[in-house]
Design a protein around this ligand. Structure first.
Ligand SMILES: Nc1ncnc2c1ncn2[C@@H]1O[C@H](COP(=O)(O)OP(=O)(O)OP(=O)(O)O)[C@@H](O)[C@H]1O
Ligand SMILES: [Mg+2]
Length: 471
């Protein structure tokens, strides 16, 4: 769970500091930088897995294409001069993870702060593109006794916090950076039961972050932080992926574009109800029928043993049976989220752009409730029925703004910041609403209902008028 994010020098995020709860909705006009916040999170997640240059190229890419230029990511990256971006992420990581060899590992602390500074080196002789350079990388513990002051969203200390936050007494870092005779040196410190000297590496030549190189249970805390960051993903459900039937041996986790939905539902139905998969199916169908205009009685996953294919089948109230691929695009996306809601393995952070897209206004309330319910309930213990899932959405829709709890809202707009040479530039500002938990710690002021009033009313030019009427 990403509880706090600080970004500076990335796209139009300059000195952005924001806290996230289980559910957050960022609302603002076009071009303010709402998606750039998702990009920053996605970039951190990609950095945990790939080389820095691959991560830079993959941000906001489609279908795994690698085409971006690293300078796109830096604030005003094509201008002359030095470019630096800094990130800090505070996160609660899983209490147990698996390493690349299938061995289990328990981190010694589960509440951490990760800090990263990256620079840009223009292409040298013979090189086509510039490269990203690692300037510093640090991973340290946030002590359990400080957790209460760091986690300001409403939650149960006993039921929720004490079950997800634990840590050791020592405050030694897991990864640290020092300047040794002018050169930055990144060190991995002994963790878990292991003794030993820190392992140093010069930062300047590193093609990837130190965290992304950890794949064994010898460094359980760094590994668990890496696993946590790997779950920060951008959900972009595509009808074509959602309509694809699955083979028996396809992966059983739904991909961010919606591929493997039938296989995923099939696995959940078997795993979750040792007695009767029909219960899972009927819960999914019940949730799906929150959409008005749909007449679903139940659904199930049909297995075709000859072709070894899995398909979701809908049984309508009047007896008609249809494959899920015949559903409308809006309904299919809704169905995918209904399935995720039932999946205890779909944990981690989910970013979703404009969930209102393709949803009729009459169904907006059901959609907002569904994305809200996907997030963990911080008043309860985390378990199979309350998976550790965090949701972050953005929107321009007045309807969505009106439906979300004001405490979950951040108003996105831009503010003017001075740039060198008497010039000014605009950077993203995220403001919570006055009187909510987010406003308590807001260092940059907060918004009021007047600020979101524009969202609560439809612009006059958008109102329907009858031809010939002059009102
Ligand atoms: N490298 C950069 N340096 C400075 N500003 C940038 C950079 N890249 C993008 N921007 C700014 O970010 C804006 C786009 O932000 P973003 O795509 O996050 O908007 P958005 O709020 O998601 O808009 P929409 O609602 O239309 O999706 C651009 O208009 C530009 O002003
Ligand atoms: Mg956007």
């Amino acid at each position: 769970m990403l509880t706090r994010l600080e970004v500076s020098g990335f796209k139009n995020l300059l000195d952005l500091r924001v806290e996230f709860g289980p559910f957050t909705c960022i609302a603002g006009e076009n071009g303010t930088g709402k998606s750039n916040v998702f990009d920053a999170i996605q970039f951190l997640s990609l950095l945990a897995d790939h080389s820095m240059i691959e991560a830079a190229q993959a941000v906001r890419g489609t279908h795994g294409e690698l085409h971006g230029d690293a300078r796109d990511l830096f604030w005003n990256g094509y201008a002359a001069g030095e470019h630096v971006m800094t990130f800090a992420a505070e996160m609660i990581i899983p209490g147990e993870v698996e390493d690349d060899f299938g061995r289990l590992a328990q981190p010694t602390s589960t509440f951490l702060r990760y800090e990263l500074r990256l620079g840009y080196q223009p292409p040298g002789g013979g090189e086509r593109g510039g490269r990203l350079t690692l300037l510093s990388e640090d991973l340290s513990q946030i002590r359990p006794r400080d957790a209460g002051s760091h986690l300001r969203f409403p939650h149960s200390a006993k039921g929720f916090r004490n079950t997800v936050v634990h840590g050791r007494r020592s405050t030694a870092p897991y990864i640290s950076t020092t300047l040794d005779t002018g050169d930055a040196v990144v060190r991995i410190h002994a963790d878990g039961g292991r003794r030993g000297q820190p392992r140093p590496a010069p930062a300047s030549r590193a093609p990837r972050t130190m965290l992304s190189t950890i794949n064994e249970n010898d460094d359980p805390t760094i590994l668990a932080a890496r696993r946590e960051m790997q779950t920060w993903r951008r959900l972009a459900l595509e009808p074509s992926a959602l309509r694809t039937a699955d083979r028996y041996d396809d992966p059983s986790l739904m991909r961010p574009d919606g591929l493997h939905l039938p296989r995923c539902l099939d696995r959940i139905a078997r795993e979750r109800s040792s007695d009767d998969p029909a219960r899972v199916y009927s819960r999914v169908a019940g949730r799906l029928s929150d959409l008005s205009g749909l007449h679903v009685r139940t659904l199930d996953v049909e297995a075709d043993d000859t072709r070894r294919l899995l398909t979701i089948k809908l049984h309508e109230i009047d007896g008609m049976v249809l494959p899920a691929r015949s559903l409308s695009e809006g309904t299919l996306r809704f169905l995918a989220l209904c399935v995720l809601l039932e999946d205890p393995r779909a944990a981690g952070l989910m970013c979703m752009e404009e969930p209102e897209n393709g949803i009729h206004p009459a169904n907006l309330a059901a959609m907002v409730k569904l994305v809200r319910d996907l997030a963990v309930d911080a008043d309860e213990q985390v378990d199979e029925d309350n998976p550790f899932r965090q949701v972050l959405i953005n929107t321009h829709s007045p309807g969505v703004v009106q439906l979300v709890d004001p405490a979950d809202l951040l108003i996105a707009d831009t503010s003017t910041v001075p740039e060198g040479g008497g010039k000014t530039a605009r950077s993203l500002r995220l403001r919570p609403l006055a009187g909510t938990w987010r406003a308590g710690g807001a260092e940059r002021g907060y918004g009021t209902v007047a600020d979101i009033l524009a969202y609560l009313t439809t612009p006059p030019e958008a109102r329907l008028t009858l031809e010939g009427s002059d009102s």
